[in-house]
Design a protein around this ligand. Structure first.
Ligand code: ADP
Ligand code: MG
Length: 348
């Protein structure tokens, strides 16, 4: 049975589906919001500005067009063509995603790997039917399901995969989409917006009352209890993205054991270390999305090491929660994070 519990990152704002609210006569205060389903998840965008309605429609069109390119379930999508072994001339979107995926895979020592797709299918994360691969099966998948086996180098205009290879942008596409949405909003003069693309949150500018957006992070030990948040982060112009094993998993009906959807490329099994939740706060949605997945695979110590090395250069911060319910935040969030749980500030 496939359970999907999307992280609910809560904002002090209510969304009105496909509506246009006029506040007073000031055109700059025109609010619009839309809720819709795309990329296999629930999405919402809300913004304020003279062109808010038009801007949101353009954003939604862009997301649907990305979905038609990136979906692994739409047969004619570019990614499906790649996965069927065709020689494919790459669109600029897929090229961007491939190139960032290669960078992050290299920098995280392979913790992030879009080439795991055949193994993700084998586990049943697409069909919803759990299948626990045996060691022989795992060995076979792990030897081919890695980007290091691809005959593709950064910048190539085409790609052709071998048999048994496949890609899946599930750990990066929503972050990329959020960056595309932000570009469209800015090009349409929007200075204040909030979106959640299946839990990939981006807060543009400030709220109407000129305060920062306050994004609540779900506590994995009580995911349905909004009174028991892991914490709240106050931001402007930032993506806030959480990965956790409690979000999507398959349950073995006999043993009750849960298998979640983030695989550790070194074992082929769902990542299992000291972490239960990773949130990345970054200027960059794509970075926040793939790093939340990668840090969840790397575990606490390596994630902090990664931040020490790249946090300043790549402009991101991390909020981590361990199995024993300790919370850690990297230095850049000092003053922007609040929690009822005691937390430690980490990083050099
Ligand atoms: P979600 O997409 O549910 O928000 P993530 O951003 O953490 O969660 O991405 C998880 C998705 O990424 C999985 O459903 C799968 O499609 C893909 N994935 C799983 N493990 C990895 C990995 N180690 N590297 C890259 N992508 C992965
Ligand atoms: Mg991710």
């Amino acid at each position: 049975m496939m359970r999907s519990k999307r992280i609910a990152l809560i904002i002090a704002a209510t969304c009105v589906s496909a509506s246009l609210l006029l506040s007073g006569c000031n055109k700059n205060n025109i609010e619009a919001s839309k809720e819709f389903y795309a990329m296999d998840t629930q999405m919402s965008i809300k913004c304020t500005g003279e062109n808010s309605k038009k801007a949101i429609d353009k954003c939604v069109d862009r997301i649907y067009s990305l979905e038609s390119i990136l979906s692994v379930t739409i047969d004619e999508s570019e990614v499906s063509k790649i996965n069927s072994g065709k020689n494919v001339k790459l669109s600029s979107d897929v090229k961007d995603l491939l190139n960032t995926s290669i960078d992050i895979s290299d920098k995280t020592g392979g913790a992030f790997d879009i080439a795991l797709y055949p193994l993700i299918e084998c586990w049943g994360f697409r069909s919803g039917e759990l299948n626990i691969p045996d060691n022989d099966e795992l060995e076979k998948y792990l030897s081919t399901c890695t980007m290091s086996e691809f005959e593709y180098s950064k910048g190539d205009d085409t790609i052709q995969l071998c048999n048994n290879q496949g890609i899946d942008f599930g750990g990066i596409a929503k972050g990329y989409a959020s960056d595309e949405v932000v570009k469209i909003l800015k090009n349409n003069g929007i200075k204040s917006a909030y979106m959640s693309l299946g839990g990939n949150v981006y807060c543009l500018g400030l709220k109407k009352d000129n305060s920062k957006w306050r994004v609540g992070i779900v506590n994995p030990t009580a995911p349905n209890d909004t009174n028991s948040l892991l914490g709240i982060v106050s931001v402007r112009d930032r993506a806030v993205v959480t990965s956790g094993g409690y979000e999507r998993y398959l349950e073995d009906e006999k043993t009750g054991k849960k298998y979640h959807h983030i695989l550790d490329p070194s074992t082929g099994y769902p990542a299992d270390n000291d972490l239960i939740s990773v949130t990345i706060v970054s200027e960059n949605g794509i970075m926040a999305d793939c790093l939340s997945t990668a840090c969840y695979v790397m575990g606490l110590e390596k994630s902090i090491e990664y931040w020490n090395k790249y946090g300043q250069i790549d402009k991101f911060d991390i909020i981590l929660m361990t199995k024993d319910e300790n919370v850690f935040i990297t230095k850049g969030l000092d003053g922007a994070f609040e929690s009822k749980i005691n937390y430690s500030i980490v990083g050099d």
